[in-house]
Design a binder for this molecule. Structure first.
Ligand code: ZN
Ligand code: ZN
Length: 356
């Protein structure tokens, strides 16, 4: 137990928790151990980080102290939250990225902007079974806010309680280092974790449900339109030989065309154009063995250097580029992030597959 640095203790008078920075040195700190009740000394030397230690002969050898750093942080957090009702809690931005591989669609929704609401009440404070997380339920105006304090970053998990309460993860991962290595006052470290947005990350916001269902609806539209256009690709994977029960070709019936929203159509068009651009580039390099190509300034397609105008759109301004394995690394991603696909769609409406 001696090698554990105890950053806080309990005042004999009143029973409040105090950090080592808030008390006198030595026995004059007037504290006992919050865990085992032994008399504490505040050790504020030069060599080690300031900490509390059990006073000599104060501990019970038969019942050794089981002070735990993580649990200690949680109790201090609880007291700080109880003592600062009305203070503002900074919350970060919440940008939710949704992705659907089948529909080849990805979108970022801004669920909420950074804010700093005041909390009116600490409704409850609970420790998880293994002391890895502590959950503070706060009342913020008409709403509730659940702060999940946790040490290992991976402990965070999306809202599982199903009560649709806003939920924010507060990572305490660097608390120990800030205390022992950077030697910041412990009370400041803990307070900055509770009140600043720096260590927080949204796990759930009730508004995200709306975005998830909007996104799912678009993806459903995209996949059913793709199925309609190309039923073969969307056949379910071949079942094992011994399952004759399912009817063959069940997806090959072409359904009548449904109204497809503009957004779904745009995404389908976008992905189709991206494929065409990639195919044109790949054909030049792999099939036609070209080490150079012209990159059309207008439609953004690549074409043969021997052509004076772009065979896709007829434009004549182009940049000559080198084709090598490096160029093809994450090419689709590059075309998307640089904006070539958007530019291509803007400058050239009709699709054609000429490259020569
Ligand atoms: Zn103790
Ligand atoms: Zn062109």
């Amino acid at each position: 137990m001696n090698d554990v640095l105890i950053p806080y203790a309990k005042l004999i008078e009143g029973g409040r928790l105090v950090t080592v920075d808030e008390v006198e040195s030595g026995l004059a700190c007037n504290c006992i151990c919050d865990c085992c009740g032994a008399t504490m000394v505040a050790r504020k030397g030069e060599s080690k980080v300031h900490h509390f230690g059990h006073a000599p002969k104060s501990t019970n050898d038969e019942k050794p102290c089981t002070f735990n750093f993580k649990r200690g942080c949680f109790w201090l957090i609880k007291q700080i939250l109880e003592e600062n009702i009305g203070a503002s809690i900074e919350l970060p931005d919440y940008d939710l990225t949704l992705k659907n591989n089948l529909a080849r669609h990805q979108k970022i929704y801004q669920v909420t902007k950074a804010s700093a609401p005041n909390y009116d009440q600490l409704i409850s404070f609970e420790l998880s079974a293994h002391n890895d997380t502590a959950i503070a339920m706060l009342k913020v105006g008409k709403h509730k806010l659940r702060l999940v304090f946790g040490f290992p970053y991976l402990m965070k998990s999306p809202c599982t309680t199903g009560d649709n309460c806003a939920e924010v993860f507060v990572s305490l991962a660097n608390v120990f280092e800030a205390y022992t290595k950077e030697r910041k006052p412990f009370i400041q470290i803990i307070k900055s974790h509770i009140f600043s947005a720096q260590y927080k990350e949204w796990l759930f916001h009730p508004r995200q449900l709306k975005y998830v269902s909007m996104f799912d609806a678009i993806c459903d539209e995209i996949t059913s339109e793709l199925k309609r256009q190309n039923p073969i690709q969307f056949q379910p994977k071949k079942k094992r030989m011994h399952q004759p029960s399912s009817p063959p070709f069940q997806y090959q019936v072409v359904k009548p065309k449904k109204e497809v929203s503009g957004e779904a159509q745009d995404i389908i068009k976008y992905n189709a154009r991206l494929d065409e651009m990639i195919n044109a580039a790949a054909t030049l390099y792999s099939v036609l063995k070209q080490s150079k190509a012209k990159h059309c300034d207008s439609c953004q397609f690549l074409y043969m250097v021997t052509n004076s105008t772009c065979p896709t759109c007829g434009h004549h301004i182009a940049a000559v580029i080198h084709l090598d394995d490096e160029y093809f690394k994450n090419l689709a991603q590059k075309y998307v992030s640089v904006g070539y696909v958007d530019l291509s769609l803007k400058n050239h409406h009709a699709c054609s597959k000429k490259i020569l």
